[in-house]
Design a protein. Sequence first.
Length: 252
Amino acid sequence: MFKKIITLALIATAAPAWAETTNSLTTGFDYTTGKYGGTDSTSILYVPVTGKIQADNFFLKLTVPYISVTSSGDGVVRGVGKIRTTTTTKSTTQSGLGDVVASAGYTVFENEQLMLDLVGNVKFGTADADKNLGTGENDYSAQIDGFYSIGKKTSLFATAGYKVLGAPAGITVNNIAYGTLGVSQKIGTTTSAGVMLDAAQSSSELSPGTKELTVFVSEKISQTLKIQAHLMKGFSDSSPDMGGGLMVTGTF
């Protein structure tokens, strides 16, 4: 799910602005709820702060999030799904620092229409596993991001990646391939809207793989400030049933 937050932050800048060299700070919230194949719902509030530094074709990003999880005790990890079950029926809320994620990328190809980025990500297991805020393990992933402009109003974007998951004690997990397909369309001088589909392979016997559809709309408030809202629908027991959020990006 971290990848989705970063993707949403990027596409808030409509085509053909992919190639702009800017530093940015993004924050906001993402709220999801779902039963993840069970009978009780798990609700997750995710509040990231993401900083990006870019120099020519090279960029660095760091996300430090706050996370709050309300559930009956099932081990549901954001972006992964259920990794353990419990017989507890009492609903509790746990919150704290989420998983810090560091990313580094390089633009390997760029012209007036097409841009390709190679990106490496490290998710540090800083979220408390005992509180079901994360797995407590590090994950490593590599991906290629592509952006293609059609005229001055339409952008197609896609991601293809592979993630090596850290395994919590007593739990078997699978390394997974994941991807995104989407389109963004300018519908006004300062307004864009679009849709994106995210999917990933099964990470464990309790998580059959994620499938999520997100629609979004963004508004460029000024030359240095953008705001974006999104709604999400899940189509897998590893995905939340629904969700939504709001992100604000400032450039400098």
